[in-house]
Design a protein. Sequence first.
Length: 633
Amino acid sequence: MNLLQTPARRLLLAWLALLLSGCASVTVTSLAPRDYLAQRRADVLTTGRLSPAAQEVLRVIGTEPNACAADGARCRQAIAQTAGITQEQRLSALAETWLQAALAAERAPISGPERDDDALIQNWLEAARYAYAYLFFTDRSPGERAFEDRQTQVRDYYNFAVQQASALLFQAYQRSQAKTGAMPQVRGWTLTDARENTQVRDGAPTPSELIPASSLRFTGLRNLYRRDGFGAELVAVEAERSTDAHDPTPYREMPYPVITLLLRFGGNTLDEVLATREVEVLLLDPYRSATVQLAGMDVPVAANFTAGYGLWLARSDFSAQALRSLLGLSNGLEHPTVYLMQPYDPSRRVIVMLHGLASSPEAWVNVANEVLGDEQLRRNYQIWQVYYPTNAPIPLNNRTIRDALAATYAHFDPTGQSPASQHITLIGHSMGGVLARLMVSTSGPETAEQALSDYDLDPTERAAAMQRLAPYLIFDPVRGVDSAIFIAAPHRGTPFANHRLARWFSNLVTLPVAMLGQLDDIARTFTSLRPRQPGTGVLRIPNSIDNLSDRDPFVQLAADLPITPRVRYHSIIGDDTPGLPLAESSDGIVPYASAHLPGAVSERVLPSAHSVQEHPEAILEIRRILKARLTGE
């Protein structure tokens, strides 16, 4: 008889199966490479679910993630009071679950007349407070956790909570009837404005908008430059002054400055931080403040260096306005404006950028962003962009741009002793390159005399004409300029300006009445001049396209003006004519022979059409030159 078939044997096997069914069983599966980071770093911000680290804490204390989402208050109380978890686990889990509660409250439909923003701000403040406590008041220092994923996550919780709280606080300020400038208050909390201890520029107006940089996405910008660290990266949108002729101010700080906002909680110990209801709100200029002190230690300040610049260009009317200016239509430019890309800093050298014909600051969209995307250059330079009417004659723009720069420096550095005043680099593209060259050149009375050589003038007429021409044809190098970069600049003009299409377009270019008023005396003088030789036309005021012709008298006079020896200059030239010898090449608009300048410290010819300033290798070359200037090369 087979014992396995006996009733007793069957009963024994059933009893063993029942006994073993109470034991846990373990199975194993393989993790796909695409899930590696998700398993390690997924959290409430990236997936909407609590991180594996927070779920581990909940399992240890006997709570499930779903239960925590359903009753957040009870869940957080359990995390705070249950033993068996470390201090770091407790604080990081509380930061994340408070973040979960704030996100849920933000998404919840509004049941009453309006959402209780005060309660929502408190949720964000609690999330930031527990993250702050974890980062700075646990037994281990941040440096000891430097390579841990969890610390990076919790820093992000702090930054995101600060960003969301700041947006709600700003909205509360805007709703305030008084708008006294005082910090809005939150039930049970005392918030103080610590701006006087930070580096936001003096006199900065209250913005009309406060936009999280992380919410912006740009097209047309090659890269987004930012710095990891602490704080919410924001764009403060200020009310922008108009750019019409009725605003005589020659300079403006960009109305979209980037700022970094931080919350510093009161208390010097963990218990004090967890009990406090006092918070300092710090506003920082990330260009000036690379670090900030939190809880007695210096930490890096988060920054987004692209968002403000990108938003300014995206919201501007530069393209349309530049065309209106060229054609002399209403709402065009009538005088230059110097735009400071960041709050003025006397310790940083200045880069002055000059765009070309029918253009605007948009011509420098990637150049400016890529230059200040380099940390070394950002620490040592600031960018000023000159926006000028490109329909005006080059001699007039040369004069008025010089005046605008002088007025800007007179305002920010009247003594002219700062590095910003003594180390200026001019970068000009196309017609802007011609203007940059004039600004580092010397022109004496002989230039004006040569301009009048074809006209029969008695001594009195000649003296009167010379007096009126002097401001436009007699000039010295701009003070403080020690380097220049000329990009696709037609120093000797271009035959393209003589093309039938260019001449047709030139006939459409007109000067507005206000601009003609600046030249009224000269215009009247010119129309009365008598040509000495038959066939010589009446001397007239040319427009900018006339000035770009290789036949233009002013271009011919200016081509050989001496560049001051104190300026080191460089050329970047496009070549869009493969197969031709270099001397015969062209970028499609400007011939190499016109863009080439003897005596340049360096010359770089790139396979590019006329907009060579956008070429990646041109931007790298600009970076190289600027870095070399820092060491005196």
